[in-house]
Design a protein around this ligand. Sequence first.
Ligand code: GDP
Ligand code: MG
Length: 436
Amino acid sequence: NLSERLERSFKILKGQGKITEINVAESLKDVRRALIEADVNYKVAKTFIDDVKVKAVGTEVLTAVNPSQMIVKIVHDELAALMGGKAVEINLKDSPSIILVAGLQGSGKTTFSGKLANMLKKKGRGVMLIAGDIYRPAAIDQLKILGEQIGVEVYSEPENKNAVQLVENGIKYAKSKGTNTIIVDTAGRLAIDEQMMQEITAIKRAISPSETLFVVDSMTGQDAVNTAKEFNDKLDFDGVVLTKLDGDTRGGAAISIRAVVNKPLKFVSNGEKMEALDVFHPERMADRILGMGDIVSLVEKAQEQFDEEEARKLQSKLRKDTFNFDDFLKQIQQIKKMGNIKDIASMIPGIGKALKNVEMDNSMFKQTEAIIYSMTPAERENPALINGSRKQRIAKGSGVEVADVNRLLTQFDQTRKMMKMVAGGGLQKAAALNNK
Ligand code: GDP
Ligand code: MG
């Protein structure tokens, strides 16, 4: 996925002492490929990369203390800028404020209408929903169920076959009740068709809404962009709602929609529950796309690689506090399979910082293994035995300095502590402890 690809690209950058035009270009080529794979429109990706390149390959970056951090920040900020920079609120100044909800069938309009009603009601607004999908009787029931759940009245006319008239009636009714916020759910089709477009534009013309929101399923990738473009050409909407972000990690749709239609993303929907709605924050989406602090994917990665049986044994050993260098050796084998431990650990917010000064890359495993192999079975079993003279012997046997042996012993202690936290309550707990 995109965040993994970007991470890999940045890993290349992290390995370099200095950022030069050549390695920026190389890495950004990877970033561009990753963006395109994540359904970002080709032209959008190209413009993005060009912007980053100009910003990155400057004296500012070359003289910076930590150029790789700088690049990550530039990419992050550019992504956020590409998605609009700041969160844009919906217009709720009119009284009543009318919000028209449009989009393809199955994009999540009805669910979103309910969620928005819920959110605005909680803010103290008087909200009414209008069931404007006249083609499927089930659509009215669906909205009514949601309305009941959140305590918001739903206006509907199951017999009315004129959507424009129905919505007008609904607004009249809502006004008579003194409602200050009206949300109009509408019908969609499986693909854009003329009739649907005519109907939704006729509704818009008839009611002049304060806000027209276009709802789009983030899982539809590049199609989402095309749909957004067609809707925008006809409907000239005010904002985009990106749904089903819980089911997909690709943020590509968010980037390209914004860039192609030049309309702000306003909400993201990430679940079927009525509470699963967030105001869109470009910064957060950029974080998400870059995969910073992605604990979930870290846990998944660890789960994939760790043999369950081994993990269970290890856990009980950690609990009994009998974790020793033989176990440590086994862990090294596991970690080698997982990739770079420091990169993995750095995905946990807080831990990355804590590990900054800890030597932890795969090449050091060779030395580590040599040192452990120079220990006697008794020493491996019980590291507390390792005193000054034993350290000297071990160092000689493995061709390293005593300082290296000391470093390993410290590292062993740290690993044991960290793994104990992981075993005893999950990575989040470990992260929380490190964040203190
Ligand atoms: P509409 O045809 O545009 O009104 O779409 P619906 O609101 O009926 O949603 C279609 C399906 O997607 C339903 O099964 C919803 O429960 C589901 N859905 C809507 N929004 C989300 C979301 O943010 N996350 C997930 N996982 N499912 C969603
Ligand atoms: Mg619907």
